[in-house]
Design a protein around this ligand. Structure first.
Ligand code: KIV
Length: 313
């Protein structure tokens, strides 16, 4: 499936043109530099849940990257990334924290707003997911609704939360109130201390069974996306096939999921620490960040990333 397949005009690819006239090239220069090429408004429709469902039905892989600021979000959008996750991984890659546990709701609001403004500047069409940080949805469904409202009012289209079982009621409560929810199972970084480190999850039969049951319950509760992090490739395929209404987005979960996500800094090769096995440096051989992200989109769409032999368990 080509990168341009979710545009209406096969002649117009992301990042090639801007403004209301498809095919016309417009340079948006500012005193601080040239803005990334804008989406061709007339030829690209905003990504929505029905469009993500259609992609899944067609067998087209969904692409997701994290972004935390206006410019990188605009570049990711121009590269054709459908979903931008304003992840609490920003605690580690932007704030220099040792884990995501210290990230606050106010910090998440600031970064969601920045990303959304960046997309608005370039008439971006990406679907924006705001990550609910540690402690912002744990106390009660009402607390979760308050926190989710902060991120939705900052411009997010969907919120993400981590964990299964105890989160079902919260997911249902948010979805019933019109807030789309992305769930997150497997290695859930907010609980890294309880999990004993950044380890592959669901390796034994009991763990795999539990993960599958939790995934089914999250779909029943109304979650429409599910991040599967550091889960064996075979288990991700089983989960993906069991969830027709909730689309799996893998990170270290093999190539059988409905889509893929990477932390932007990792895929640009600028991680401060050791790169996890599931990461590929997409900057290699590319001349720009836009080219690297465009290549990521292409590789996810054509199934060449991730390569299970190298990037999965
Ligand atoms: O916060 C984040 O960036 C995430 C991704 C690793 C999926 O949750």
């Amino acid at each position: 499936m080509s990168q341009a397949s979710h545009t209406d005009s096969p002649n117009v690819t992301h990042g090639a043109t801007t403004g209301a006239t498809p095919g016309a090239s417009v340079n948006a220069t500012t005193p601080y530099g040239t803005l990334p090429p804008a989406s061709p408004v007339a030829s690209r429709k905003p990504i929505s849940l029905p469009r993500l469902h259609d992609m899944r039905a067609r067998g087209e892989k969904i692409t997701m990257l994290t972004a935390y600021d206006a410019t990188f979000a605009a570049v990711a959008d121009a590269a054709g990334v459908e979903c931008i996750l304003v992840g609490d991984s920003l605690g580690m890659v932007c704030q220099g924290l040792a884990s995501t546990v210290g990230v606050t709701l106010e910090t998440m609001r600031y970064h969601v707003e920045s990303v959304v403004r960046g997309l608005q500047r370039v008439q971006g069409t990406a679907w924006v997911i705001g990550d609910l940080p540690f402690g912002s949805y744990h106390a009660s469904r009402e607390q979760a609704l308050h926190s989710a409202s902060v991120l939705m009012q900052a411009g997010a289209h969907m919120v993400k939360l981590e964990g299964g079982g105890w989160t079902n009621d919260t997911v249902r409560f948010l979805v019933e109130r019109g807030i789309p929810v992305c769930a997150h199972l497997g290695l859930t970084p907010q609980t890294v201390h309880a999990l004993g480190g950044y380890r592959v999850q669901g390796r034994d039969d009991a763990g795999a069974q539990q993960l599958k049951q939790e995934a089914l319950a999250l779909q029943d509760a109304g979650a429409t996306l599910l991040v599967l992090e550091m889960v064996p490739a075979a288990l991700s395929i089983e989960v993906t096939q069991a969830l027709p209404r909730c689309h799996t987005i893998g990170i270290g979960a093999g190539n059988g999921t409905a889509g893929q996500v990477l932390v932007m800094h990792d895929m640009l090769g600028i991680n401060l620490g050791k790169n996890p096995k599931f990461v590929r440096n997409f900057m290699q051989g590319q001349a720009s960040v836009l080219d690297a992200m465009t290549h990521y989109v292409k590789c996810v769409k054509d199934g060449s990333f991730p390569d299970n032999a190298q990037h999965a368990w």
